[in-house]
Ligand binder design. Structure first.
Ligand code: B12
Length: 212
């Protein structure tokens, strides 16, 4: 937890005011946005998940921590701009059917946008049909899916299959991610790419489209 102990504890407690103040203090002290995210906010959510698994906290507390993290992320968002605004490509992103987790997906969307990608965000609980419909409408370069539950991961291959049936699988690159998702799983379901975090999602997306 180190230098971000106070921030991490406020997020775990779901104390929005304190967490926002701590985020600002960290920024003012010159901490990098990456460290604030990884060592502060994401570390806190990992601890929240652990406590939930152990039955020490319940859904309402998890929700409160999520809200707290989202408020802190608002302060970090302006720093995601890379400065290079050359259009990089269009990304259609969403959290798969049955899954309501969106913090990681939002972070990926924010970082990609900051790196010059155009983002169409379908939100959470997105059915394969909805992915297909929107993909037909906007013709994205990449369809990006997020899943945080092992029970919703199968919606990823279902969406890939729906894209295939609609005749557009070959026209888009499919990228997947989320805590339970792995490179191996991406390979199994024939996704084109997997990234473990938002930063590498940006570089993998660039790789997919052949841009450096
Ligand atoms: C916050 C939270 C919630 C909040 C979500 C609020 C919100 N707006 O998102 C609420 C309270 C709603 C919730 C509900 C539930 N949750 Co929950 N939740 C969490 C928690 C604590 C944090 C998730 C998070 O935001 N992490 C921070 C973000 C930044 O990390 P991330 O999502 O992993 O994203 C990063 C990478 O994975 C990657 N990434 C993510 N998406 C994508 C997409 C692409 C394309 C790419 C390339 C990369 C990528 O990049 C991100 C940034 O680096 C996790 C624990 C954990 N450690 O993950 C449990 C957890 C995911 N939840 C869990 C469970 C069980 C549930 C419930 C079923 C609980 C219940 N009994 O009702 C429900 C399910 C609701 C539903 N249908 O979706 C389990 C899942 C177990 C499993 N493997 O299946 C976990 C792991 C907790 C646990 N340890 O038991 N949850």
């Amino acid at each position: 937890m180190s230098e971000f102990k106070a921030l991490t504890e406020s997020v775990i407690k779901g104390d929005i005011k304190a967490a926002v103040v701590e985020t600002q203090i960290a920024l003012d002290a010159g901490s990098s946005v990456r460290d604030i995210l990884d060592k502060g906010l994401i570390a806190a959510m990992d601890e929240v998940g652990e406590r939930f698994s152990k039955g020490l906290i319940f859904v309402p507390q998890m929700l409160r921590s999520a809200k707290t993290m989202q408020e802190c992320m608002k302060l970090l968002e302006p720093f995601f701009e890379e400065g290079d605004v050359t259009p990089k490509g269009k990304v259609l992103i969403g959290t798969v059917k049955g899954d309501l987790h969106d913090i990681g997906k939002n972070l990926v969307a924010m970082m990609m946008e900051g790196a010059g990608f155009t983002i169409a965000d379908l939100g959470v609980d997105v059915s394969p049909e909805r992915f297909v419909q929107k993909a037909q409408e906007i013709e994205p370069d990449i369809v990006a899916m997020s899943a945080l539950l092992s029970t919703t991961m199968p919606a990823m291959p279902q969406t890939i299959e729906a894209l295939r049936k609609a005749g557009i699988r070959d026209k888009v690159k499919v990228m997947i991610g989320g805590a339970p998702v792995t490179e191996k799983y991406a390979h199994e379901i024939k996704a084109d790419s997997y990234a473990s975090d938002a930063g590498s999602a940006v570089s993998k997306a660039k790789q997919l489209l052949g841009i450096s």
